[in-house]
Design a binder for this molecule. Sequence first.
Ligand SMILES: Cc1cc2nc3c(=O)[nH]c(=O)nc-3n(C[C@H](O)[C@H](O)[C@H](O)COP(=O)(O)OP(=O)(O)OC[C@H]3O[C@@H](n4cnc5c(N)ncnc54)[C@H](O)[C@@H]3O)c2cc1C
Length: 470
Amino acid sequence: PMLTAGAVEALLLCGSEPLKNTYVKKMVEGTWTGTMNLTEPQAGSDLALVKTRAVREGDHYRIYGQKIFITYGEHDLAENIVHMVLARTADAPEGVRGISLFVVPKVLVGKDGSRGARNDVKCASIEHKLGIHASPTAVMIYGDKEGAVGYLVGEENRGLEYMFIMMNAARFAVGLEGIALAERAYQQALGYAKERIQSRDLSGGDKAVPIIRHPDVRRMLMSMKAQTEAMRALAYVVAAAMDEAHHYPDKEGRARNQAFVDLMIPIVKGWSTETGIDVASTGIQVHGGMGFIEETGAAQYLRDARITTIYEGTTGIQANDLIGRKIAREGGATAKEVVKAMRAVEAQLAKAAGEDMAEIRAAFSAAVTAVEECVSWIVVTYGNDIKAVHAGAVPFLKLMGIVCGGWQTARAALVAQRRLSEGKGDKSFYEAKIKTARFYADHLLTQAPALRNTIVRGAAGVMALAEEQF
Ligand SMILES: Cc1cc2nc3c(=O)[nH]c(=O)nc-3n(C[C@H](O)[C@H](O)[C@H](O)COP(=O)(O)OP(=O)(O)OC[C@H]3O[C@@H](n4cnc5c(N)ncnc54)[C@H](O)[C@@H]3O)c2cc1C
């Protein structure tokens, strides 16, 4: 499971040598799996409300509490399950600064690495869910009897800080989940559209034709294809920046890349998952009635995609992170650098020949202006009307996603045009890149100016009604 990687990273970054030696190798081998235990019934988006207790006992702690929605919290695929658990020690301060991180193995491990007795942690139930049925989601009870043995990771009260180190990777991975589901939904819809015979071609003939010939089906397929390609391209750019943030030769370069990654993570997570749901839903529409029938398989993508905007922080939480910590706090500095990079692409588009490139440039230019205006508005308004900015947070995340996606499709079109003029590579592939970027410009980038108005003016309606008026 993906969260095993998160648990391994937490141990490698923050764990003591004995903890690393005992757990990491087995987890990397896949002999043992890992979990992340943050959520409790009263503490979901707001982890300041975590209540699980940790009581010190010699070289370890006893853990007491309940965790819910724990992915792979219980299963019999591995010899042991290594739970990473957020809990509070007795004298911890209130809120997020009083949370510590513990390793709590399902089966206790001896000094020689041998497995011993069962720890006092048990799975109370496995949830029945809308989707991801192959991923068990468990309610976990810690310390029903003598208390579950837990080992502190790093220092007390720094648990959430450690979690945040891993958060980028986990949120990025969930963004990829959105992209992967969109790609599967597209492939399945495309296959069906080529085979399903229905209605005559608008340009003539008296026989029914494959539905891929009908403009509205084309529009649906192009929107699936264009958005999936845009999301994937953006994810690759961010993944490359993650590597540069670690390995760039100089310190400034590493810091610059890290700032870009930090800005982009909520966008890759929030936008790619919201769009993944839209694309999976469009995939069902391409199938007509068959899309609604389980055995077709299209419905599963929508059901599976539905969780991606919720776990690892809902879209609302991603958007809050984007406008608050990633933009307002630094006066929009990194966002303005991104706008600069976008304007450089716009300048290249202006020099490129042909109607497609001119149309892409026009839509992209207006979209970048929308981003620029919103960033300035957020920076100015955050301090004096924070609720207004938060009311537009998710629309702003969507705007950023759409425009960052258009930035990448425009770059792809420029490369494709150059390759075509050089007579290099796969002609049909490069032609399709330009046409896909054109579609993206006309159908997606054109939403940007409207979103700008929603963001800047939309708060009036959002908060206008008194609670009793609902
Ligand atoms: C299948 C599944 C697997 C999961 N796996 C794990 C796991 O392995 N480990 C783990 O610890 N957790 C896991 N979770 C929990 C998941 O991370 C939480 O459900 C998620 O963070 C949302 O918390 P919540 O359910 O309490 O919703 P709430 O926090 O109650 O949110 C309800 C609504 O309020 C909104 N909201 C809340 N606060 C704000 C705010 N400040 N601003 C704007 N909007 C806000 C949310 O966006 C949402 O729309 C899993 C959940 C599911 C369903």
